[in-house]
Ligand binder design. Structure first.
Ligand code: NDP
Length: 392
């Protein structure tokens, strides 16, 4: 029976551990490893099943190799930070164990996330007969699967894709991020980028916005164009796409704080000298902001993440919208986390489930849209992220 090693005991790691524990018929043994063992112990104490815990610095390949050899997992779920992706992939290669993550690699000293570091692992994973599934969260992750599902069932060709991510929840804090603050702020303050007729177009950070009317009474909200990592693989794997964009909502309050923090240099990622010591302002800011995991009991409201797709079916133009709505408080009731961690952790568990049961299984390194979406879509409905589709 499959054994799973989960690396990273943050907001997402907590949800993955709960959700893996809910399916003992799939994951017979679970080990949660992270830099701070106390966080692993806290998560394990919330769960009735026995969860093994280990202290691990996953930047050290040899330590991860040692733990993999000791626990003997069938799969490693990496929900630490994107900085650890390559070192954990190296450890999986050395021990011939399958790998899954939810965010692509980015170097610490450059706010540049890209698959250009992980895709070249393809041959090495293939030669060892093991698989890596990249970006099995919600966005990336479910959004890639939604796009593949739309093409499989509703279109002959897809031409336009808008991925729209709305968090209409409120945590009552003056300023906080819903997932790791360092990763979140690096993403939001980076230049925007979208695919337009065969080329990438760059925009100034948060300079393009419009109103969007969300379903199920959520109302109209302002969405901002960002660059997001799934665009890179989606554009590569869906060749008929002429336009592909990613949009996200932000409250005015969040944007005001971010503007001030940027203006005073607190979002910088280069080391600065402070009283003879080198500090990275964004890392210092992270240490002051609320831990996203602590927002669980405070957050109320809903998220809505989906794909708006335009294309052709039987020579007619069609517009299609597919989305999930998730309620922060319902998530907290189930796994003691808010919806951002929940919507990431559930797809990570589902991806791992499909891999260990052999449903999505081939040697090499893959993105989510490269597999039959139907199995994943069925599991989303079953494991807490039901979806709705509409023709507009
Ligand atoms: P958190 O910061 O809450 O958790 C990260 C965890 O990883 C922490 O427990 C941290 O330990 C641990 N960690 C960091 N470095 C190491 C290391 N070297 N070795 C071992 N453990 C380490 O982040 P989140 O849970 O919010 O996010 C987790 C991942 O999910 C990120 O990669 C994020 O980008 C991704 N994500 C993906 C989304 C998607 O939809 N695809 C959406 C949201 C997040 P410590 O506590 O000691 O710092």
């Amino acid at each position: 029976m499959p054994r799973v090693l989960i690396i990273g005991a943050g907001g997402v790691g907590q949800v993955v551990t709960h959700k893996c524990a809910q399916v003992p018929e799939v994951f017979s043994e679970i080990c949660l490893a992270s830099r701070s063992i106390d966080k692993c112990k806290k998560i394990a104490s919330q769960i009735k099943r026995d969860i093994q815990v280990e202290k691990l610095d996953a930047d050290k390949v040899k330590d991860t190799v040692k733990l993999i050899k000791k626990f003997k997992p069938d799969i490693v779920i990496n929900v630490a930070l994107p900085y650890q992706d390559l070192s954990i992939m190296d450890a999986c290669l050395e021990t011939k164990v399958d790998y899954l993550d939810t965010a692509n690699y980015e170097p610490k000293d450059e706010a540049k996330f890209s698959y250009k570091w992980q895709w070249p692992y393809f041959e090495r994973f293939k030669d060892k007969g093991i698989m890596a599934l990249l970006g099995s969260g919600f966005d990336p992750g479910v959004t890639n699967v939604f796009t593949a599902y739309a093409l499989k069932h509703h279109f002959d060709e897809i031409h336009e894709l808008d991925i729209i991510d709305c968090n209409a929840g409120s945590h009552g804090q003056p300023f906080a991020t819903n997932f790791n603050p360092e990763i979140n702020i690096r993403e939001v303050t980076a230049k925007g980028r979208y695919w337009d007729n065969g080329k990438w177009v760059e925009t100034d950070p948060l300079s393009v916005s419009k109103m969007y009317d969300f379903p199920d009474g959520m109302g109209s909200m302002k969405i901002y164009l960002l660059y997001h990592e799934e665009l890179e693989s989606i554009v590569k794997n869906f060749k008929t796409l002429k336009t592909a964009r990613f949009w996200m909502t932000f409250s005015d309050n969040y944007l005001k704080h971010l503007e001030v923090l940027r203006n005073v240099g607190m979002t910088r990622i280069d080391p600065v000298d402070y009283k003879g010591q080198k500090i990275v302002p964004l890392q210092f800011l992270k240490s002051l902001l609320p831990d996203p995991a602590s927002l669980g009991p405070l957050t109320k409201g809903k998220t809505c993440i989906g794909c708006l797709i335009k294309g052709i079916k039987d020579k007619k133009i069609k517009t299609y919208y597919i989305y999930n709505i998730c309620d922060h408080q319902m998530c907290y009731k189930e796994v003691q986390s808010q919806a951002i961690s929940y919507t990431t952790g559930v797809p990570a568990m589902i991806g791992a489930m499909l891999m260990v049961t052999g449903v999505w299984k081939k040697p090499g390194v893959f993105n989510m849209e490269e597999f039959d979406p139907d199995f994943f879509m069925e599991k989303l409905n079953k494991h807490g992220l039901p979806w709705t589709e509409k023709f507009l």
